[in-house]
Write a protein that binds this ligand. Structure first.
Ligand code: GTP
Ligand code: MG
Length: 433
């Protein structure tokens, strides 16, 4: 759900200037993509960008981040372009934000604030909304600044900013803390229910595949292709927020489940990573992770690096071939945009690793290969063992039937000798029974 119509954007009264503080001396290309991405992020909450610029910040100023000459320059740009919002594509302290707002006399939002706004506008499920509200309060608790209430009201979209945003201004931090405590309780209640569902699902021997990747990589497009679902896939950053799970046909298995998840972005606010940890547990619980990459994007490598970093922050231990963690496959998407004969077109790297499938989710190219790779990797990650189970242990025998493939059974006096094929994960669970 998007809280605004695309057409509405043209009439939007919110014009933004984007200033990227270049602290880590990004190269020229990387900077350009970073600015482009910031324009996309701003657009995702309906802000029209009049210009996006890079400011080299060698020694960040405690009070304003940017140097005083730069702040003057920004003020001139805002006036010339008639913009009423400054987006700082970096992190601002509460004081820096307030000082800039006072001096520039416009609303100032930093990258974390922007991403939180997008998530706020996108969240549709009860859990998603609670998580975003919690992340937002966490962010606001440290900064009692003017809220976004007026913008939210104009759009008539998401309600929560109007609620806690206002209370926060007129009352104290304790109310925020109380509200956060309540949100945590509500969330843990919801999450208990969900983990019940998950453990029920885990009992079933169906493999679970999770799609992860940078925002706009094409996860939902691929998900829709594989499942025949109709999840929103759009050229919008963070089109998907709530995870969706569906069955899809996987050769060699009666059933398989695939999940589409929220996209990642560089500098994903820590508050959001924390808030979405529970939702992203779907990813941790998967048998295979398919990392969907927009290989036509010039910043594809940097994006891939960020995705892996976030997965690591989430505690997902990826395994390239076998082992106990989820397996990792990479789907290099949007190959239809690559023209090997055109030097101007993005090109594939010289070396394509073994766990990679080239696909075009939109054209349906390479999807059979991807599905085959999922299937063969799942079975590669299976071990066969001969075990002996007491004949009277009906529970254990039922568990094996449910979770593994019984290749052969040899009935002896007091025991069943079975050849069982099961994933390493399930062997781990069996040994812990
Ligand atoms: N040319 C081309 N475009 C694609 C392909 N796959 C997806 N797209 C486009 O890329 C854009 C993003 O696709 P989505 O499927 O919404 O991407 P996502 O990874 O789900 O994005 P988030 O939900 O924002 O994280 C859409 O405009 C798609 O039409 C592809 O194979 N080729
Ligand atoms: Mg999506």
């Amino acid at each position: 759900m998007i809280p605004f119509e695309k057409d509405e954007l043209d009439g939007s009264r919110d014009l933004a200037v984007i200033a990227h503080p270049n602290l880590d001396s990004l190269g020229e290309n990387a900077l350009e993509y970073r600015l482009e991405e910031a324009v996309g992020l701003a657009l995702a909450i309906g802000l029209k960008t009049t210009s996006a610029r890079n400011f080299s910040v060698r020694a960040p100023k405690a009070g304003t981040l940017f140097g005083s000459g730069q702040v003057d320059q920004i003020k001139t740009i805002l006036a010339q372009e008639g913009a009423n919002i400054l987006v700082v594509d970096g992190s601002l302290s509460a004081i820096q934000q307030r000082n800039l707002e006072e001096f520039l006399n416009v609303k100032v939002i930093d990258r974390t604030g922007l991403i939180l706004e997008i998530f706020g506008a996108r969240a549709t499920t009860a859990e998603g909304r609670l998580q975003v509200e919690l992340a937002h309060l966490d962010y606001q608790a440290g900064r009692l600044v003017r809220s976004w209430t007026h913008l939210e009201r104009q759009r008539g979209g998401f309600g929560f900013l109007g609620g806690p945003g206002e209370t926060q201004i007129e009352s104290d931090r304790r109310m925020i803390r109380d509200r956060m405590a309540k949100l945590r309780r509500d969330l843990s209640h919801l999450q208990k229910t969900r983990s019940l569902h998950r453990s029920r699902r885990q009992k079933a021997p169906w493999p679970v595949v999770a799609l992860v990747g940078y925002t706009n990589a094409g996860k939902s497009t691929l998900f829709n292709r594989l499942t025949g679902a109709d999840v929103m896939a759009e050229d919008l950053l963070f089109a998907t927020l709530d995870p969706t799970m569906r069955e899809f046909p996987l050769p060699g298995y009666d059933k398989a489940i695939i999940s589409d998840t929220v996209g990642f972005v560089s500098d994903l606010p820590t508050q959001l990573v924390a808030a979405f940890r529970a939702t992203l547990e779907e990813v941790t619980a998967a048998d295979i992770i398919v990392h969907v990459r927009d290989i036509s994007h010039a910043a594809s490598d940097a994006q891939s690096h960020d995705v892996k970093q976030i997965l690591a922050d989430l505690g997902v231990e990826l395994v390239e071939v076998d082992g106990a963690g989820p397996l990792l496959i990479e789907a290099w998407n949007k190959v239809d945009l690559i023209d090997g004969d055109d030097p101007e077109s993005p090109q594939l790297p010289d070396h394509v690793p073994e766990n990679v499938v080239l696909i075009s989710a939109i054209k349906g190219e390479g999807l059979d290969k991807l599905v085959d790779m999922i299937s063969s990797n799942l079975s590669r990650n299976h071990d066969i063992a001969k075990i002996s189970v007491p004949a009277g242990d009906g529970k254990r025998i039922a568990w094996l039937h449910e979770n593994g493939k019984i290749l052969q059974t040899d009935q002896q006096a007091n025991a069943l000798i079975m050849d069982v094929k099961m994933s390493k994960r399930n062997w781990g669970r069996y040994n812990a029974l």
